[in-house]
Design a protein around this ligand. Structure first.
Ligand code: SF4
Length: 199
């Protein structure tokens, strides 16, 4: 009589993914852009590269933010609202390529080791759930490295990596599909003006 393979046993255990599969609607329509299969088939090459180079990207992002802040008079002259469309167009593509950005509009990459937490199927912003697999992959998408495991690895490479310990606010859904670059710039410019007034 053939002995049962322990690894096969592990495959059949009840997981969040198997529960979701069991409960999902069995209809002919499967949205192409959100199916777990599509994400499983993807490779995470660029996302993982960004985490591995978190220190360089931290440095680069700081310089980039300075340039954007220096351009504040330009954004003001053009109008932040008018600048949003072209800036968002670029931001979406660049960050989509580098980090698989979901355009939440409240970027916390510099606090999460350059690993975008919005790629977590549960969209957790304050650390992993209890379901991380022994190999460091996601409970819901078994082929995807847990974004929070990667966030911790990336943060250890960063100068200000301990920012990962700060508690993040819940996502403000009203900011979805808006430019985090412009929002951060406008906030920094307002802070700078306030400091000048108080000086
Ligand atoms: S945290 Fe938000 S803005 Fe930043 S990369 Fe992720 S989805 Fe995009």
């Amino acid at each position: 009589m053939p002995k049962s393979n322990p690894s096969q046993k592990g495959e059949t255990r009840l997981t969040q993914a198997s529960l979701v599969r069991r409960e999902r609607d069995r209809t002919a329509y499967h949205p192409a852009d959100v199916s777990p299969q599509r994400r499983v088939q993807r490779r995470y090459t660029m996302r993982l590269w960004s985490v591995r180079h978190a220190r360089f990207l931290e440095w680069f992002y700081a310089r980039f933010a300075d340039v954007f802040l220096a351009l504040h008079p330009v954004w003001n002259a053009v109008g932040y609202a008018r600048a949003e469309k072209p800036v968002k167009f670029v931001e979406k593509r660049v960050k989509g390529f580098m980090f698989d950005c979901r355009m939440c509009g409240q970027c916390i990459l510099s606090s999460t080791g350059m690993s975008c937490p919005m790629n977590c199927p549960k969209q957790l912003r304050n650390g992993p759930c209890g379901g991380v697999r022994a190999n460091g992959n996601c409970e819901v998408e078994p082929d995807m490295p847990c974004v929070w495991v990667k966030a911790w690895e990336g943060s250890r490479r960063m100068r200000n990596g301990d920012a990962i310990l700060a508690v993040q606010k819940p996502v403000d859904q009203s900011l979805r599909e808006t430019s985090a670059w412009l929002r951060v710039t406008a906030l920094a410019a307002a802070e700078r003006e306030k400091e000048r007034e108080n000086a």
